[in-house]
Design a protein around this ligand. Structure first.
Ligand SMILES: Nc1ncnc2c1ncn2[C@@H]1O[C@H](COP(=O)(O)OP(=O)(O)O)[C@@H](O)[C@H]1O
Ligand SMILES: [Mg+2]
Length: 476
C-alpha cells in the first residue's frame, strides 16, 4: 500500500465497502420490517377471530340465541388453529410464561363453551356463562397486549431504518477524514518539501532533501530523482565555474603582464633618457624624475590591487552600521562628485540592522563601485546609494546606482573578471569589480548588477544580518 495508485484504490475500496455495508444493512432492516408487518397482520387475524368469537359467545350465552352455536364453534376452532400457527412467534414476543397462561385460558374457554352448551339447569348455566365471559375477556386482553408490543417493535424498527443511513454517513465521514489526514501527511507534505526545495535550487541552493526515500512510492522516487538532479547540477556548475576560473586566470596573467609592462617600459625609457642626455636643464630633469615617480607609483598601484585581489587572510569582522560606512566612503569621493557636478542621493528604506563586516574591506568594495559609477558619468548625473530590505528577512541590500553610460549586455558576464576593463590606460586596471566581488563573497553575501546601456547601472550588494558567519568559508 505504497504507491499513489494503490492508495487511491484503497480509498475507493473503502468507499465501496461502506456503500455495500450500508446497503446490506438497510436491506436487512427493510426485510425484517416487512416480516414484522406480515406477522402483525396475522396477529390482527387472531384478534379478529377472538372478537368474532366473543360476539357469538354473547349471542349464544347472553342473549340465548342458539342458532349461532355453529358460528361460535367454527370461530373457536379457527382461533385455536391460528393460535397453534403463531405459538412460536407469540412466545418470542410475550415469553413462555405468558404464552402458557394464554394457552390455558384458551383451553379453559373451550371447555367452558362445551360445558355451557350442555348445561340444562338455569342456575348452573348462569355461573358457566359468567366464567366464559371472564375468560373471553382475558383472551381479548392478551391479544391486545400482544399487538401493542408488536407495534412498538415495528416503531423501533422503522426508527432504526431511518437512522442507519445517517450513522453510516457519519462513520464514513470520520473514516474518510482520517484517510485524508493520512494522505496529507504522506503526499501533500513531501510535495510541499519538494516545492520548497525547487525554490531553493532556483536561488542556487542545492541542499539535498532529507526524506525516507526507500518507501517505494512515487513521491520517494520523485525525491530521489530530485536529489540526483541537484547533485548533477551542482557538479556541472562546479565544472563550469572551474573552466571560467581557468579562463579568468588566462586573462589575469596576460593582464598582469600587459599592465606592468607599460610602466616598466616607461621607467626604462625615462631612465635611458636621464643617462644618455647630458644637456638637460634642471627643470627638464625634475620633470623626468616626476614621470619616473609616477610610473613607479602606477606599477605599485597595480601590485597593490593584485594583492588585494588575492588577499586571503582572516577578516576583522565587527558588528557595524552600514549607514556609517557608506557615509565615510562617499566622503572619500566627495571631491570627484563635486567636480563632475554629480547629484548624490542617499535613501534608507528599511530598518537598519547592524551587520557583521570587515570595515576597511567593505569600504574598499563600496569605493570601487562608487568610482565606477562616477567614471560612468563624465557629463554629470545622479549617484544614488540606497539601503533596502533584502530578499528574505535575514538580508539587507545596498544599491549603488548611476545614470551613466550603462553596460552592454554582452559585457555583463565579464565585468567581474580580473583585468576586464573598457577604460583607457591609466583610468582603470580592470581589478575594481573583481576585488569587490571577492570581498562580498568573503562576507557571505552576493552582488548583482542590472544595467541599461545609455540609462545607467545598479549594483546591488546583499549581506546577511544573521549572526557572524564563518569567514573562512568561501562557497565559490
Ligand atoms: N557603473 C558602471 N557603469 C558602466 N560601466 C561599468 C560600471 N561599473 C563597471 N563598469 C564596466 O565594468 C568594467 C570593469 O570595472 P572594474 O572592474 O571596476 O575595472 P575598471 O573600472 O578598472 O575598468 C569597467 O571597465 C566598465 O566597462
Ligand atoms: Mg573600476
Amino acid at each position: 500500500m505504497k504507491t499513489i495508485g494503490s492508495r487511491l484504490f484503497f480509498l475507493l475500496a473503502v468507499c465501496l465497502a461502506f456503500m455495500l455495508a450500508s446497503t446490506l444493512f438497510h436491506y436487512e432492516n427493510v426485510v425484517g420490517l416487512k416480516d414484522k408487518l406480515i406477522l402483525m397482520e396475522r396477529f390482527n387475524d387472531l384478534r379478529d377471530n377472538i372478537l368474532e368469537l366473543r360476539r357469538y359467545e354473547k349471542n349464544v350465552f347472553l342473549v340465548g340465541d342458539r342458532s349461532d352455536v355453529d358460528k361460535l364453534i367454527s370461530y373457536l376452532l379457527q382461533t385455536i388453529n391460528v393460535f397453534n400457527d403463531l405459538r412460536g412467534q407469540m412466545k418470542n414476543i410475550m415469553g413462555a410464561l405468558a404464552l402458557e397462561e394464554f394457552q390455558n385460558d384458551l383451553q379453559t374457554y373451550e371447555k367452558l363453551v362445551y360445558r355451557g352448551m350442555d348445561s340444562e339447569k338455569q342456575g348452573a348455566a348462569d355461573y358457566v356463562n359468567s366464567q366464559i365471559r371472564e375468560k373471553g375477556k382475558l383472551l381479548n386482553d392478551y391479544v391486545d397486549k400482544l399487538i401493542e408490543t408488536k407495534r412498538r417493535q415495528i416503531d423501533q424498527a422503522i426508527n432504526t431504518t431511518l437512522i442507519i443511513p445517517f450513522v453510516f454517513f457519519l462513520l464514513f465521514l470520520a473514516v474518510f477524514a482520517f484517510l485524508l489526514f493520512k494522505a496529507r501527511r504522506n503526499i501533500s507534505k513531501p510535495l510541499s518539501i519538494l516545492h520548497t526545495a525547487t525554490g531553493k535550487v532556483s536561488r542556487g541552493d542545492f541542499t539535498q532533501i532529507y526524506y525516507p526515500t526507500d518507501r517505494g512510492d512515487e513521491i520517494s522516487a520523485c525525491i530521489n530523482a530530485f536529489n540526483k538532479m541537484t547533485k548533477e547540477i551542482q557538479i556541472r556548475q562546479e565544472q563550469l565555474l572551474h573552466s571560467r576560473k581557468m579562463a579568468s586566470i588566462g586573462i589575469f596573467t596576460s593582464g598582469i603582464a600587459h599592465e606592468l609592462n607599460n610602466p616598466i617600459n616607461n621607467i626604462s625609457l625615462i631612465t635611458e633618457t636621464l643617462m644618455d642626455e647630458n644637456d638637460l636643464t634642471p627643470a627638464e630633469k625634475d620633470k623626468l624624475y616626476n614621470d619616473l615617480m609616477g610610473q613607479a607609483e602606477r606599477a605599485a598601484e597595480i601590485v597593490k590591487g593584485l594583492l588585494e585581489f588575492s588577499r586571503n587572510d582572516q577578516e576583522q569582522l565587527e558588528k557595524l552600521s552600514l549607514d556609517d560606512i557608506i557615509e565615510k566612503t562617499v566622503r572619500l569621493v566627495q571631491n570627484k562628485i563635486k567636480l563632475q557636478q554629480i547629484k548624490y542621493v542617499k535613501s534608507i528604506n528599511t530598518p537598519l540592522k547592524p551587520v557583521w563586516i570587515d570595515k576597511s574591506r567593505l569600504q574598499q568594495a563600496l569605493l570601487n563601485l562608487l568610482i565606477n559609477a562616477i567614471q560612468a558619468m563624465p557629463e554629470g548625473g545622479t549617484l544614488g546609494v540606497a539601503i533596502r530590505a533584502g530578499e528574505n528577512p535575514d538580508e539587507i541590500r545596498i544599491d549603488v546606482a548611476d545614470t551613466g553610460s550603462g553596460i552592454p549586455q554582452d559585457q555583463l558576464d565579464s565585468i567581474f573578471d580580473p583585468f576586464f576593463t573598457t577604460k583607457k590606460e591609466g583610468e582603470g586596471t580592470g581589478l575594481g569589480l573583481s576585488v569587490t566581488y571577492g570581498i562580498i563573497k568573503k562576507h557571505g553575501g552576493r552582488i548583482t548588477v542590472t544595467s541599461k546601456p545609455g540609462q545607467g547601472s545598479i549594483f546591488s550588494i546583499f549581506l546577511s544580518t544573521k549572526e557572524k558567519h564563518d569567514p573562512g568559508h568561501d562557497p565559490a
